[in-house]
Design a protein around this ligand. Structure first.
Ligand code: SF4
Length: 390
């Protein structure tokens, strides 16, 4: 029997409003917003970015997860994996009895038709959805509208014979889901992570090259049976929604220039398409941190969000270009006025650093957080800063 799919909530919004507010909101943050996003205590001043924290897609996904738990108190409720890339939020859901199919000991094969499965904000692959559907589970689809918009365009590329070149992280669930949309429509895809990878693709577009070396280089980032001689003749650009806007634009410009060289201006529209798929929430958060760095004088930046959160990592990258920047996963990373656990920009591991906070005199800290970070964690981080500054 096909699955029952909830896509627009479960009519329990009012029932979960209280617990959501208790778990994730913060009166302190509301006060700071009302005070022009500035907070002062003793020698500490904090400037908060004007857009930060939960985006509309995450807000909705978390809301639906709580609604699901309330609507089906007697049934097993699963998530396919992390609902969003924030350990605090995922742990809260675990505490409510929501199980994660990505956890050790859990298995898709054990799912029964009576089980309820929540799909995350960044979506799942076409194959996974078909598998869940075949099992007859009740599904709660929280895939964000901005991700659905990318899928719509990727499907259109595939139907028109264009290969989707996806600027994203091949290991990220959203990019995997987006790529699967191309394949499901009989299309091809290639994922490029940065300008160095894009340059390789551009070189092949312009001059051709060693086909086997190209395939080896992009082995895990290309659709099955990818043929660069065939599949780079007509391309369409798409992005993971949380990439850095400036980088996605640069990737697009590089590809467009290569196609222009290869096919000429008159034929370009037949060979290259692009559309902007950075979501507005990601863009707003990036713009807000750029504005904070321009308009305020800060000694350092604290960026709060899961280390596997793409949009948080990109906020930290923007900050690190001009200020000492500490990307922390959680307020607990602020260990003391002298010690901090954080993940330096461009690295994959958390480290312990000393002497991160100026020991005396006025100190001004800029704060922002990724789209999967709730306000209460930002408030806790500010409370720790206050404590550390006496
Ligand atoms: S970051 Fe953007 S695409 Fe992702 S869930 Fe939030 S609003 Fe949707």
């Amino acid at each position: 029997m096909p699955s029952l799919i909830f896509r627009k909530g479960l009519d329990m919004k009012d029932a979960v409003a209280g617990i959501l507010s208790e778990n994730y909101h913060s009166p302190l943050i509301e006060e700071i917003k009302a005070n022009q996003f500035t907070y002062a205590a003793g020698r500490l001043t904090v400037h908060l970015a004007q857009e930060f924290g939960f985006c509309y897609g995450v807000d909705r996904a978390v809301d639906y997860a709580y609604q699901t738990r309330s609507r089906f108190p007697d049934r097993h409720v699963y998530l396919t994996g992390e609902i969003i890339h924030n350990p605090h939020v995922n742990d809260k859901l675990r505490a409510l009895g929501v199980r994660f199919l990505s956890d050790a000991g859990e298995s898709f094969d054990a799912l029964q038709p009576a089980d309820v499965v929540i799909l995350p904000a960044f979506g799942v692959t076409v194959q996974m959805l078909a598998d869940l559907d075949a099992r007859g589970c009740t599904l709660v689809d929280t895939t964000c509208g901005s991700v659905l918009n990318v899928w719509k365009n990727v499907r259109k590329y595939a139907e028109q014979g264009y290969t989707s070149i996806i600027h994203g992280k091949v290991w990220h669930e959203e990019t995997q889901a987006t790529a699967s949309q191309a394949v499901a429509r009989g299309g091809a895809y290639l994922v490029v992570f940065n300008d160095a990878e894009t340059a390789l693709v551009c070189d092949y577009i312009r001059h051709g090259g060693d086909r086997d070396a190209f395939l080896k280089r992009f082995a895990s980032a290309a659709s099955p049976g990818f043929d660069p001689d065939r599949d780079l003749r007509q391309i369409g650009l798409a992005n993971q929604t949380t990439m850095l806007m400036t980088e996605s634009m640069a990737v697009g410009e590089m590809l467009k220039a290569a196609m222009l060289d290869r096919w000429g201006a008159d034929a370009l529209p037949q060979h290259y398409q692009a559309f902007d798929t950075i979501c507005s929430a990601t863009q707003d958060r990036q713009d807000a941190v750029v504005a904070l760095l321009k308009d305020r004088t800060v000694d350092l930046m604290v960026v709060i969000g899961g280390y596997n959160s793409s949009n948080t990592a990109n906020l930290a990258r923007i900050c690190a270009e001009s200020k000492p920047t500490f990307h922390i996963a959680d307020p607990d990373c602020l260990l003391s006025p002298t010690e901090i656990r954080h993940r330096p920009v461009g690295t994959k591991s958390e480290i312990l650093s000393q002497g991160w906070l100026p020991p005396d005199g006025p100190v001004t800290v800029g704060v922002t957080s990724g789209a999967s970070t709730p306000d209460n964690l930002v408030a806790l981080a500010i409370a720790r800063l206050t404590e550390f500054c006496g």
